[in-house]
Design a protein around this ligand. Structure first.
Ligand code: GCO
Length: 255
């Protein structure tokens, strides 16, 4: 049974993995046996994250590049081609948040959120899938959505549009790539204790709202997303495609 979830011999790229959810997923996939490539926009924070996981004996490497930059992504994959690194698992995790009412939102801020949270998933997955298809060995793509892929709240309109797009892009990927034995799925985290949500956690009213709206009556942790990521990255999900699995404590299950 454990073999079903064993990622030994696989190489995973986790975008936006220098901290937060991405870092936890990178650690979890490495602990499940994968060789993991960490990514972020800054070489110093990627290097620090790689050192933290190498110190735990995990097989990790790092490459800093901007996932919204088409050429930088192409260059990264070209380098991996040269180095013989074959990405079998892609976790499209990179994302930002920008909270502002739509009527006040600058187009540039809208575009930055869409580019980072949605377009980057297309840019990176296109490079990864081309190679997975050419290799004929299949692959795994796990896009990180949100409960806000399903329901919105005020002041996060660009994020909602992006994360809603992630849900449908995941289905589009499965429609085109399932025949190549690539399973594309998504994870929809609930409210998770991360740096991105620090301002929310520290806001007593918001903290109370999260706890009262969630049947689990608490925030989740990045580590609580690892099991679903390993499942969707492993042979255990070989016939699962185009799905989004909400890891939200039951938030979306209740009124
Ligand atoms: C917000 C939060 C959420 C969380 C998470 C919930 O401002 O509402 O940032 O968007 O980040 O995505 O699933």
């Amino acid at each position: 049974m454990t073999q079903l979830f064993d990622l030994s011999g696989r190489t995973a790229l986790v975008t936006g993995s220098a901290r937060g959810i991405g870092f936890a997923l990178a650690e979890g996939l490495a602990a499940a046996g994968a060789r993991v490539v960490l990514n972020g926009t800054r070489a110093d924070t990627v290097a620090q994250a790689v050192t933290r996981l190498k110190d735990k004996g995990l097989d990790v490497h790092g490459r800093a590049f901007d996932v919204t930059d088409e050429q930088a992504v192409a260059d990264a994959f070209a380098q991996w081609d040269t180095d013989g690194i074959k990405i079998d698992i892609l976790i499209n995790n990179a994302g930002i948040q920008f909270r502002k009412p739509l009527v006040e939102l600058e187009l540039s801020d809208w575009q930055r959120v869409i580019d980072t949270n949605l377009t980057s998933a297309f840019i990176v997955a296109r490079q990864a899938a081309k190679r997975m298809i050419a290799r004929g060995a299949g692959g795994k793509i796990v896009n990180i959505g949100s409960i806000i892929s399903e329901n919105a709240r005020a002041t996060v309109g660009a994020y909602a549009a992006a994360k809603g797009g992630i849900k449908m892009l995941t289905k589009a990927m499965s429609a085109e790539w399932a025949s190549s034995n690539i399973q594309a799925n998504a994870i929809g985290p609930g409210y998770i204790l991360t740096d991105m949500n620090k301002a929310l956690v520290e806001n007593a009213a918001f903290d109370a709202w999260v706890k009262s709206s969630n049947p689990s009556q608490r925030w989740g942790t990045p580590e609580e997303l690892v099991g679903t990521a390993v499942y969707l990255s492993s042979a255990a999900s070989s016939y699962v495609n185009g799905q989004i699995i909400y890891v939200d404590g039951g938030w979306l299950a209740v009124l």
